[in-house]
Design a protein around this ligand. Structure first.
Ligand SMILES: Cc1cc2nc3c(=O)[nH]c(=O)nc-3n(C[C@H](O)[C@H](O)[C@H](O)COP(=O)(O)OP(=O)(O)OC[C@H]3O[C@@H](n4cnc5c(N)ncnc54)[C@H](O)[C@@H]3O)c2cc1C
Length: 208
C-alpha cells in the first residue's frame, strides 16, 4: 500500500506522506500511522516501526522504549512494552501527570471502582515549598484492588508519577501502596495518602 495522502486530518498525526515508495509492503492506517503489531512489526517482513509514526501516545519515552524492545527482539531476546503504564506529563505550573485510566474511562468500562484523593494543601512539604495547589488521586478496582489510574496535579507531579508507574508495572495493589513507607515530610506522601483515602484510611486529611 502506498503512503497515504494525509488529507483526512484531525489532531496530531505522523507526517508520512511520500515517506515510502510503492510496493514496500508497509501499510498505513487511515490517519497515516504505520500499521504495526504489539511488537512493532510492520506488515512487511523484517521491517519494524517505532515512535510517533505508529499507534499509541506520541511521547519521547514511549518511542524510546519501543526502540529498545525492537532491538531486543531482533537480538533474539524476550522484550515488551507495557502500553498500559506509559506516563504522561504536562509541564505547566503546577505540573499535571497521570498514568493508566481516567475515572471517566473506568466508569465507562463498568468495573466497580474506588477513588482516593489528597490535596497538596494538606501536605506539609507542599506548604513548606509554598506550592499548596494540586492533589493526588488514585483510582482502584473494588474487586481485586488493582490500581487502574493515578493522576497528580501539583509541584513535581512529573517526578511523583514515577512511583505510580512502578507500582502499576509491578502490578502492586492499592494496599501495597498503602503499606509502603513514605518519608516525611515529602511530596510523595500525597500519593500515599491518596491510596489510603481510596479505602477511607487517610491519616493526614479527613476521610469522606
Ligand atoms: C513542541 C514539542 C514538544 C514536545 N514535548 C515532549 C515532552 O515534553 N515529552 C515527550 O515525551 N514528548 C514530547 N514531544 C514529543 C516527542 O518529541 C516525540 O514523541 C518524539 O520525538 C518522537 O520520536 P520519534 O523518533 O518517533 O520521531 P522524531 O523525534 O520526530 O524523529 C524522526 C526523525 O526522522 C527524520 N525524518 C523524517 N522524515 C524522514 C525521511 N523521509 N528520511 C529520513 N529522515 C526522516 C526527522 O528529521 C527526525 O529526525 C514533543 C513534541 C513537540 C513537537
Amino acid at each position: 500500500m502506498p503512503s497515504p495522502s494525509n488529507s483526512f486530518v484531525y489532531g496530531r498525526r505522523p507526517y508520512t506522506r511520500e515517506l515510502l515508495g510503492d510496493g514496500t509492503g508497509v501499510q498505513f492506517d487511515e490517519r497515516g500511522f504505520v500499521k504495526v503489531d504489539h511488537e512493532c512489526r510492520t506488515t512487511a517482513a523484517q521491517v519494524w516501526a517505532v515512535g510517533d509514526v505508529v499507534r499509541g501516545p506520541m511521547l519521547a519515552h514511549k518511542g524510546k522504549e519501543e526502540g529498545v524492545m525492537v532491538a531486543d527482539l531482533i537480538a533474539g531476546l524476550v522484550s515488551e512494552v507495557n502500553y498500559k503504564v506509559i506516563p504522561s506529563v504536562i509541564y505547566t505550573a503546577p505540573e499535571i501527570a497521570w498514568v493508566g485510566n481516567t475515572e471517566e474511562e473506568v466508569k465507562k468500562s463498568g468495573r466497580a471502582y474506588k477513588v482516593g484523593s489528597f490535596p497538596f494543601m494538606a501536605s506539609g512539604r507542599a506548604r513548606a515549598m509554598e506550592a499548596p495547589a494540586g492533589f493526588a488521586k488514585v483510582i482502584s478496582a473494588v474487586d481485586d484492588d488493582e490500581i487502574l489510574g493515578v493522576h497528580i496535579v501539583g509541584a513535581m507531579a512529573g517526578e511523583l508519577i514515577a512511583e505510580a508507574v512502578l507500582a502499576m508495572e509491578y502490578s502492586a495493589s492499592t494496599e501495597d501502596l498503602q503499606r509502603t513507607i513514605h518519608a516525611h515530610p515529602t511530596l510523595s506522601e500525597a500519593l500515599h495518602e491518596a491510596a489510603l483515602a481510596a479505602d477511607k484510611r487517610a491519616i493526614d486529611f479527613p476521610n469522606r
